[in-house]
Design a protein around this ligand. Structure first.
Ligand SMILES: NC(=O)c1ccc[n+]([C@@H]2O[C@H](COP(=O)([O-])OP(=O)(O)OC[C@H]3O[C@@H](n4cnc5c(N)ncnc54)[C@H](OP(=O)(O)O)[C@@H]3O)[C@@H](O)[C@H]2O)c1
Length: 303
């Protein structure tokens, strides 16, 4: 993992073997309400995805459970044939029964069937990054990680990632399959995964913080974020993304939006540099910022 102080590598790094820009794009906002069904404006959703790539985003995060199927199909419709170097990360291991309903299912046959479905929907021979959305407590973890290893060995998956896991679970998985990334809830206001982040940094594993903007709530901060934003002529959302990018070279934020204006704004955060004092002030403002934390939106709680 390359230190963030190296200007050549501040914006790019690798997820396993995949070279990507450190600011990606999350597709979860491109569905109907409750992450269920199609978006209200299909063409607008395609436009956001295409604009993200035009703006240099080359890491797109999706999941078969978003919709379900909706965002993977949108990604294909908007971007296939894919530009060289575009990394698409998808996820498996959840079932959906309605809006805001998410249930883990880590049975190996189910994970493998989901992988086949994602290959078809995305229109690829191999998935760049295949993430286990949740470890299913009702299925032996060995079997779930083993299914990921088999998919990798069969060439259906290039890299394997995990989501909402503890350090112990990552260590367990790594005894069975190489782990390129971990996706846990993390933002300025919610730093419960600090231990996982530090582990990832040391192990050379990419850490993908979901809810990087606390679901947009950090944009409303009238306190420490606002102060730094005013100093920099930026927005609170941009400052919270810049803080994440500086927090660790292992971090790859994937802010989600259905708004072209927010997309442009978020992409501009790649060039925003916090001074040492600004970074320290925000890091220390954890208690003040905590009120913006909100786990469990859309029923997708951290474990
Ligand atoms: N692994 C997991 O379990 C898991 C769970 C949740 C999410 N994810 C992934 O993480 C990605 C990011 O999470 P998320 O989308 O839920 O949360 P987020 O990125 O923290 O926030 C998205 C929300 O913030 C708003 N927003 C975005 N940019 C903004 C800006 N510049 N100013 C003001 N508001 C802004 C969006 O509304 P507008 O549409 O109006 O911009 C949206 O409501 C998802 O898309 C998904 O790929 C993974």
């Amino acid at each position: 993992m390359v230190p963030h102080s190296d200007p050549e590598h501040r914006q790019r790094a690798t997820l396993g073997t995949l070279p990507v820009g450190r600011l990606g794009f999350g597709t979860m906002q491109l569905t109907g309400p409750g992450v269920w069904g199609p978006p209200a404006d299909h063409d607008a959703a395609l436009g956001v995805l295409r604009r993200a790539v035009e703006l240099g985003i080359d890491l797109i995060d999706t999941a078969d459970s978003y919709g379900p199927d909706v965002t993977e199909e949108l990604v294909r419709e908007a971007l296939h044939p894919y530009p060289v170097g575009l990394t698409i990360a998808t996820k498996a291991g959840l079932t959906r029964s309605g809006p805001d309903q998410w249930e883990p299912c880590g049975r190996p046959d189910y994970l493998k069937r989901q992988c086949e479905g994602s290959l078809l929907r995305l229109g690829v021979d191999r998935i760049d990054l295949f993430q286990l959305h949740r470890v299913d407590p009702s299925v032996p973890a060995d079997e779930q990680f083993g299914a990921l290893a088999e998919l990798r060995d069969e060439g259906k998956v290039r890299e394997v990632g995990l989501s909402e896991v503890t350090v112990e679970q990552i260590e367990h998985a790594r005894r069975i399959v190489p782990v390129a990334s971990v996706q846990n809830l993390y933002n300025l206001a919610q730093r419960g995964a600090d231990d996982v982040l530090e582990y990832c940094e040391q192990a050379g594993i990419g850490f993908i913080p979901w809810f990087p903007l606390a679901s947009g709530r950090l944009a409303e901060d009238g306190g420490p974020l606002d102060t730094v934003a005013k100093e920099l002529g930026a927005t609170p959302s941009q400052v919270s993304l810049a803080w994440l990018l500086r927090r660790s070279p292992a971090i790859f934020p994937i802010p989600g939006t259905s708004s072209p204006v927010h997309l442009e704004e978020n992409c501009a955060a790649r060039d925003l540099e916090l001074s040492d004092a600004q970074f320290a002030a925000l890091t220390d403002a954890r208690r003040e910022l905590r009120r913006w934390g909100l786990a469990g939106r859309n029923g997708l709680a951290a474990s």
